[in-house]
Every structure is written in C-alpha cells, then in structure tokens.
Design a protein around this ligand. Structure first.
Ligand code: NAD
Ligand code: MG
Length: 391
C-alpha cells in the first residue's frame, strides 16, 4: 500500500490522479490533498477519499473547510507551511506535484528533499529552478518521474535510468518532442488579435486547466517543455527537435543512431502518463480507452511556424542565456497569461510582454534559491507594471 500526497488535488491533473487512485484501493491510499481556495470541491474530495490531512493555501478557505468537515477525522492545515509539511511527511511514499505555476516550487522541492517518489506535472518549478532542482533530486535520492505526457513518453522510450543522467553512450541521435499546435494552429494570423480566453482554453485534443491551455495556444507550453526536457534528461536544446503532430497520438519519440525511432502512442488522456508514473516499473489499469489506430487512421507531422508561435523562440533564448533567465521567462509568462485570462491584455500582447521583461532584465545567477525567487519576484513586478502602463 502506497500513501500519496496530491499537491493541487482539485485541478485537472489532481482529479485525473484521484480517478486512478479510485480504481486501485488495494494499492493507493490518500495521505493528504491540497488546493488553493476551492474549499467546496475539497470538502467533496475529503468525504470521498478520507485523507489524514487537507491543506488550503488560502487561510479563509482553510477555516471554511474546517467547519464543513468537522465530522471527519481529516485535519485541516493552511498556507505554504501546510503544503511543505504534507509534501515531506514521513508517512508519504509518493507526492504528485500538480500545483500550477511557480507557487508549486517550494512544496515540490520539499518532497524532493524528503527523498520521495515525485510525480512531476508542475513543469514551471523545473523551468525556473532546473539546475538546483536536479541537484537536489540527486543529493536526496528522490525518484523523479515525469507526468507531462511528452516527458513521460520520452522516459518510456529511453533506456531505464535516464532521468538526470544524459544521453551520452546510449546511441541516441535526438529526442523528438511533439505538440498539437493548440486551438489556433489553422487560424488566419490576422485573426489572432481578437481571440478570447474561451477560444484559447478550448483545446482540440486535451482537457486541461486554464493556464496550460493558454500556454498551449501560444505554444509557450512547448517552449517550457523544451526546457523541462533539457533539465530532466540532461541534454542541450539542439538535442531536442519540436514537431507539430495534430492528432496528439504520438506523445514524443526518441531517434537512435541505428535508425530506430521509438515512440509512445496513446489516446490524449493524462491518466496514461499519471498511471505510468504511479506504478512504474509496473503497469496498471488507468481507465483510458484503448487506442484504436484504425479510427485515428492518419498521423501528420509539420514544423512549428515562428510567426504563429513567437513564444517558442523566447523559451529557446532563455535556455541559451541560462542562469535565472528561465525564471524570468516563466514569471513574465505567468503574469501575461493571467492578464490575458482577465481580459486586460490581448492574446497577441503575450509574447511582446515576455520579450520586454526579458530584455529589461539582465541575466543573473540561479545558483541558489534566494536568487531564483528574487528573479521570479522582480520579473513579476516588472511585468505587472508594464501591463498597468498599457491599459
Ligand atoms: P489546474 O488549474 O486545473 O489546477 C491547479 C491546482 O493547483 C488546483 O488544485 C489549485 O487549487 C492549485 N493551486 C492553484 N494556485 C495555487 C496556489 N497559489 N497555491 C496552492 N495551490 C494552488 O491546473 P492543471 O491543468 O491541473 O495543471 C497543473 C500543473 O500540471 C501545471 O503545472 C501544468 O503545466 C501541468 N500539466 C498539466 C496538464 C493537464 O493536462 N492539465 C498536462 C501536463 C502538465
Ligand atoms: Mg505536455
């Protein structure tokens, strides 16, 4: 019996994880669930999964939850201290890092430092603090397993033990990261100025939270995933090719020197990579429909167009600059996306805003956590000021 903490339990990844847990009551038990402010949803989850702890980041929501579940044995905690406590608790075997954004960094690091099996969905934490994050994984012997579908696919296609150990001597020619191109892959470029948050969040293949949905529409998501792949598999950006694949059936591939290409295929459903990482090296039922290739019938591949997806180049640039540039890129993107979702800026202003923050910030060191958090905070401040100056 493995005991789980799910950071971000009320989100899209959190719910998919709980769906799998519900299929395997003999294998998994919930130790703790966490959320930001959705106390109603958390109450429902506590009644269903009866965790030892429920953590609300927001104090008011914690108070409301406490009153609502006074009849349960679940203890309610709050704030970042509560999040890190349940991520590092001795009773926990597996931590699912599924908070969205850079706020996920500290609790995810707490799980890494406690040497847990960490299922990483929160790509932003790896993007902003990659070098330090991977050092901590090695130092504390944590078992890092990627949940992001592309990275989970690459993990399945590489030889065992490839997380953090590079591709040298493994006969790998390159890693091929696939992406659907998002909801605007066929939209006229002139129409981009007027797209709404609702249109940006209506992904053709995946059902996801709002932030990553917008990232998929700008393809900053693929940019963040490029950086994520570089840190996870210890490779340079030249080793990773990005291909648009509109069906989202091949989740990524590894091309080898002997001409073999190994791909991982499946229906676009996050329960597959989550189940893979939960049970690895075993395989368990995930509830996902078996792939019907006759129904899919065709697999298409094209290159990503720089004009349509300017965020991809910004992410590549941040990786090349190194240091805290990736924390700056990530923070500026989070502020830009939040303001687009709030209808304060246009979709087409997102890349310009990120670019301006990057240009006005000189690259510093990302050697310690204080420097990373500082870069994150000042990039956020600058991005917010630039938004205010525009509206
Ligand atoms: P979501 O918006 O659906 O859920 C986010 C979760 O984080 C919620 O439980 C929310 O309560 C919690 N949260 C939000 N702000 C918080 C804060 N300030 N403090 C504490 N908790 C907070 O997001 P999602 O789509 O599930 O994505 C979660 C992460 O997984 C993201 O990093 C995303 O990039 C990654 N991811 C998601 C998918 C997907 O299919 N949804 C796929 C790959 C990777
Ligand atoms: Mg992905």
């Amino acid at each position: 019996m493995k005991r789980l903490t799910i950071l971000g339990a009320t989100g899209s990844i959190g719910q998919s994880t709980l769906d799998i847990v519900a299929l395997h009551p003999d294998r998994y038990r919930i130790y703790a669930l966490t959320a930001n402010a959705s106390d109603r949803e958390m109450e429902r989850l506590c009644r269903r999964f009866n965790p030892a702890f429920a953590v609300m980041r927001n104090d008011d929501s914690a108070h409301k939850l406490q009153q609502a579940i006074a009849d349960l044995s679940t203890e309610v905690l709050s704030g970042e201290a509560g999040l890190t406590a349940v991520a590092a608790a001795a009773e926990v075997d597996i931590v699912v890092a599924a908070i969205v954004g850079s706020v996920g960094l500290m609790p995810t690091l707490a799980a890494v430092r406690a040497g847990k099996r960490v299922l990483l969905a929160n790509k932003e934490s790896l993007v902003m603090a990659g070098a330090l994050f991977m050092d901590e994984v090695r130092r504390h012997n944590a078992e890092l397993l990627p949940v992001d579908s592309e990275h989970n696919a690459i993990f399945q296609c590489l030889p065992a033990g490839s997380i953090g150990s590079g591709i040298a001597g493994k006969g790998v020619r390159k890693i091929v990261l696939t992406g659907s191109g998002g909801p605007f892959r066929d939209l006229d470029l002139e129409a981009f100025d007027d797209v709404t948050p609702e249109q940006a969040c209506a992904h053709p293949n995946w059902d996801m939270g709002p932030k990553i949905s917008v990232d998929s529409a700008t393809m900053m998501n693929k940019g963040l995933e490029l950086i994520e792949a570089c840190w996870l598999f210890d490779v340079d950006h030249h080793d990773v090719e990005i291909l648009l694949h509109r069906q989202s059936i091949i989740h990524s591939m590894v091309s080898y020197n002997d001409g073999s290409v190994i791909a991982q295929l499946g229906n676009p459903d996050m329960r597959t990579p989550i189940a893979n990482a939960l049970a690895w090296p075993e395989r368990i039922e995930s509830g996902v429909e078996p792939l019907n290739l006759l129904q899919v019938s065709q697999l298409d591949f094209t290159l990503a167009d720089d004009l349509r997806y300017p965020c991809l180049a910004l992410a590549r640039q941040a990786w090349q600059q190194g240091g805290d540039s990736m924390a700056v890129l990530n923070a500026a993107n989070e502020v830009a996306v939040a303001n687009f979702l709030d209808r304060k800026i246009r979709f087409t202003e997102i890349p310009g805003l990120i670019n301006e923050v990057m240009e006005r910030t000189s690259t510093g060191s990302a050697a310690d956590l204080a420097a990373i958090l500082d870069a994150d905070a000042s990039a956020r401040r600058l991005a917010s000021e630039l938004v205010k100056a525009r509206v």
